[in-house]
Design a protein around this ligand. Sequence first.
Ligand SMILES: [Zn+2]
Length: 290
Amino acid sequence: MADTLNTSSQHLLALGQIGFWYALLLGLILGSFINVVIHRLPRALFGSDDALGDDHNKQQSIAENLRCLISPGSTTPCCNHAIPWSDNIPLVSWLRLKGKCRYCSAPISLRYFLVELFTGISFAAIYMQLGLSWATPLYCLFLALLIALFFIDLETYYLPNYLTYSALALGLLGSALGLTSVSPTGSLLGACGGYLLPWSVNYLYRLVRKRDGFGGGDFKLLAVFGAWFGFASIMPILAIASILGLLTIVVLMMLRKEKLTLERMLPFGPFLILAGGYILIFGAPTWFGY
Ligand SMILES: [Zn+2]
């Protein structure tokens, strides 16, 4: 009896370990694709490097924008050289090339390495937490979208609707299927409230200061978190993101000894995503009384 139990728990352990490595590998490979999305999606939307963050989007169909992501195959961001598979191995290739392009020796951003690493680790962590269930791929996709949004906003000050709306749809779907901790009604209310609360704060701010406090992409991102974590998460996320943002500004000012003006403000999206990640891992902090 004890032997049988031992054997079956050993089997389970082995299965769990295979799942862990599988999730890690899948995360590394998807991380490689997220790097392509981070580089190509804004350029497909805005037309060129110079127009990044410009309000006037290049008018293209959804199909054309999405085709840019897969065709042509992998090319170097610096000199557009085709990348052979052997130089496209997650983590390994960046390290082996010492962060430099094989063809023109231009530095390859550390971001390529970090995105692959983060995605791999988050997929493995989600698998450890949720195991083999429908919730696992759902949360993995959510994390993948957040990682892409984080780096795109950092580079372009812009959160593409393609990604925010996809994350919103996943959150609503997840709650409808009972895969997240929020009820379907809670998810819908969270999405609406997540959008309207910062929208009204910004409306008041604009009345006083005659300019926007933060952008429409930020409201949509908060709607995403409302759909995934419920309305109660919105205030904590806003508070944590604001504290992180202020701390970063203080540190940057001390390091660079220069003033960050309002026109050269940091994008808010990455801080919202860090705060959302905190809520995802630890839940809403109790000092908010929820
Ligand atoms: Zn190059």
